[in-house]
Design a binder for this molecule. Structure first.
Ligand code: NDP
Length: 303
C-alpha cells in the first residue's frame, strides 16, 4: 500500500515526489516515458529562479530526479491502463497493480499536431516538434517554424543558431510571445516572421521540401521551400486517464487552490486548469499537492 502515487515525472510530479518522500510518505511515481516531460525538450531555461546563467532542461531533470530518489521516492516507467477510485485507489498497469491512499495527477500535456496533409508522412523526415532534439540536422538549411507564442519564438531563436534562415509562420498579425523572447527573435539576423500565414500542406518527395500556406489577407495560396518544418502550436492535457474528474472544456483538471481534484485525489502542473504554465508554477503546484495529500491521509482514517 502506497501513501501516494504520482502520475507523471515532469517538474510538477518530481517536486510532489520530493515533498511527499521527504515527509516520509511511501511514494511511487509512475511515468510513461522519461522523467522531465516537456522540460526535457528545452535547451536553456532562463526564467527558473536561482539560475542566473540559465539551466539546461536535461540537467534540471536529472537533478530533480536525483533529489526525489534521495528522499526515498520510487520511480517506475510504465503505461497506466486503468484507475479505480474509492477510499483506496487502485492503479493498473499492463501486468501489475498498485494500491494507494492518495493520487496526484501530474501527467502534463502533449504537443499538438497541425493535422495538415504531409505532416504525419514527414515526421522524422523534416517535420519535428523538438528543436533541441533535431536542430543539428538542419545545419545550413532553411527551416520553417509554425506558431506565434512562447514556444515557437523560443525555439525559432534556438534554431537560428543552426539553420541558414528561419521563417516563422504565424496565423495572426502580431506575435504573442513574451517581450524578452520577441526581442531575441527580432535581434537575430536570420529569422523572418511571415504573418497571416495559415499552414495548408507540407510537401516533398522523400523528405520535406516546403510548405504551402494561405495568406489570409490576400487569400492567396503561397509556397515556401525549406528543409524542415518545426511545429510549436501548443499542447493538450494528458487527461484521458482521469475523465472521472472535473475537467474544463479543454480537458484540464479543475482543482481548488490546494490542488484538490477529488477525495484523496490531487492534480498539479500543466495538466491543471490555471493561468500560467511554467516550470516554476509546476514545482510550486507539486509541493502543494504533496502537502495536501499528506494532510488528507492524516485527517482521514488512513494512517
Ligand atoms: P500556446 O498555446 O501558448 O501557443 C500556441 C501558438 O500556436 C499560438 O501562437 C497559436 O496561434 C498557434 N496555433 C495554434 N493552433 C494552430 C494551428 N492549427 N495552426 C497554426 N498556428 C496555431 O503554446 P506554447 O507552446 O507556445 O506555450 C504553452 C505554455 O508554455 C504557455 O503557457 C507558455 O507561456 C509556456 N512557455 C513558456 C516559455 C518561456 O517562458 N520561456 C517557453 C515556452 C512555453 P494564436 O496566437 O493565433 O492562438
Amino acid at each position: 500500500m502506497h501513501d501516494v502515487i504520482i502520475i507523471g515525472a515532469g517538474p510538477a510530479g518530481l517536486s510532489a515526489a520530493i515533498y511527499a518522500a521527504r515527509a516520509k510518505l511511501k511514494t511511487l511515481v509512475i511515468e510513461r516515458q522519461n522523467c522531465g516531460g516537456l522540460m526535457l525538450l528545452t535547451d536553456l531555461i532562463e526564467n527558473y529562479p536561482g539560475f542566473p546563467k540559465g539551466v539546461n532542461g536535461f540537467d534540471l531533470t536529472m537533478d530533480l530526479e536525483a533529489q526525489a530518489k534521495k528522499f526515498g521516492a520510487e520511480i517506475l516507467i510504465g503505461q497506466i491502463i486503468k484507475i479505480e477510485t474509492g477510499k483506496i485507489k487502485t492503479v493498473y498497469l499492463k501486468d501489475k497493480k498498485f494500491e494507494t491512499k492518495t493520487l496526484i495527477f501530474a501527467a502534463g500535456t502533449q504537443i499538438k499536431e497541425l493535422g495538415i496533409k504531409g505532416e504525419q508522412e514527414f515526421i522524422g523526415k523534416g517535420v519535428s516538434y523538438c528543436a533541441v532534439c533535431d536542430a543539428p540536422f538542419f545545419k545550413g538549411k532553411d527551416v520553417v517554424v509554425i506558431g506565434g507564442a512562447d514556444s515557437a519564438v523560443q525555439e525559432a531563436v534556438y534554431l537560428a543558431k543552426f539553420a541558414k534562415q528561419v521563417f516563422v509562420l504565424y496565423r495572426k498579425q502580431a506575435l504573442r510571445a513574451n517581450k524578452i523572447l520577441q526581442e531575441k527573435l527580432f535581434a537575430a539576423k536570420n529569422i523572418k516572421v511571415v504573418y497571416n500565414a495559415l499552414p495548408k500542406e507540407i510537401f516533398g518527395v522523400n523528405n520535406v521540401e516546403g510548405i504551402k500556406f494561405l495568406d489570409t489577407e490576400s487569400q492567396q495560396d503561397c509556397m515556401l521551400f525549406c528543409g524542415g518544418v518545426f511545429v510549436f502550436i501548443g499542447q493538450s492535457p494528458n487527461s484521458s486517464i482521469c475523465q472521472f474528474l472535473n475537467l474544463d472544456d479543454n480537458g484540464y483538471i479543475i482543482t481548488d487552490e490546494n490542488m484538490k481534484a477529488g477525495e484523496g485525489i490531487f492534480a498539479c502542473g500543466d495538466i491543471r486548469k490555471k493561468e500560467l504554465r511554467q516550470i516554476v508554477t509546476a514545482v510550486a503546484d507539486g509541493a502543494q499537492a504533496a502537502v495536501s495529500a499528506h494532510q488528507f491521509i492524516e485527517m482521514s482514517s488512513l494512517l
